[in-house]
Design a protein around this ligand. Structure first.
Ligand SMILES: [Zn+2]
Length: 229
């Protein structure tokens, strides 16, 4: 007769204990450095081929997501050295073939040809040019400094102009009755609304943010090889 099942079942994914610090070794450092160099080279090739979009991968095809290359939410995916954190290095120490998902940098045409891939809600990739812009409604009195540079729009999304500044003032209506008003100065003119009225903006990064990010990408992926990574 046998006893109860032994308690020595291997624990998959259990945290290593004791002397298991192989992931700190020089060998792992060298391997990570080599992998990062390969990853950066791959990203640079994509960038050089005229990529405007990045396709990030998760564990399954459903977790794929399309971004504009300058999207803030993929910045960390493109910073390869910082991706190789301790848990990943530990896994690499036990499996030298282990790799982290690398985003595909792809052209607009390639992005258009992707079947049914999800689009990021931050950067609105819109490779076909036909998808409705993400809009945000807010009360005029809650406009803040962060809205400068955003596009002010009609409720249906039709652009009015880029917000330059705004200010509160008191105006009189046709009957001479005074009301608080907010004047929003845009690149195309002035919109006057009540403080409690709702305004609509394009809920997207501003041109200025996108240009700054693009310049960073050029520096990272198109500059001197030795500056990469
Ligand atoms: Zn995005």
């Amino acid at each position: 007769m046998t006893g109860p099942e032994p308690a020595r079942t291997p624990e998959v994914g259990a945290a290593p204990t004791g002397d298991d610090d192989a992931y700190r070794s020089e060998a792992v450092d060298d391997l990570v450095a080599r992998i990062v160099a390969e990853e950066v080279a791959e990203l640079r090739r994509g960038f050089a081929s005229g990529a405007e979009y990045a396709l990030t991968r998760g564990g399954s095809a459903r977790e794929q997501m399309l971004h504009r290359l300058e999207c803030a939410s993929i910045e960390s995916h493109l910073d390869r050295p910082s991706r190789w954190t301790e848990p990943h290095r530990r896994r690499l120490a036990s499996d030298p073939d282990y790799r982290l998902p690398l985003p595909d940098l792809i052209t607009r045409q390639a992005a258009r040809d992707l079947p049914g891939v999800r689009s990021c809600r931050v950067c609105w990739p819109n490779p076909t040019g036909g998808e409705p812009r993400p809009l945000r409604r807010l009360s005029a009195r809650s406009l803040g400094p962060q809205h400068v540079g955003h596009v002010l729009a009609r409720p249906d999304g039709e652009p009015i102009g880029t917000i330059v500044r705004w200010g509160a003032r008191t105006g009189a209506d046709l009957f001479g009755i005074e009301h608080d008003e907010i004047e929003i100065v845009t690149s195309t003119g002035v919109e006057t609304v009540g403080p409690d009225d709702h305004v609509t903006i394009w809920d997207l990064p501003t041109d200025e943010q996108a240009i700054r990010r693009k310049a960073q990408l050029v520096q990272r992926f198109a500059g001197d090889d030795r500056a990469a990574g």
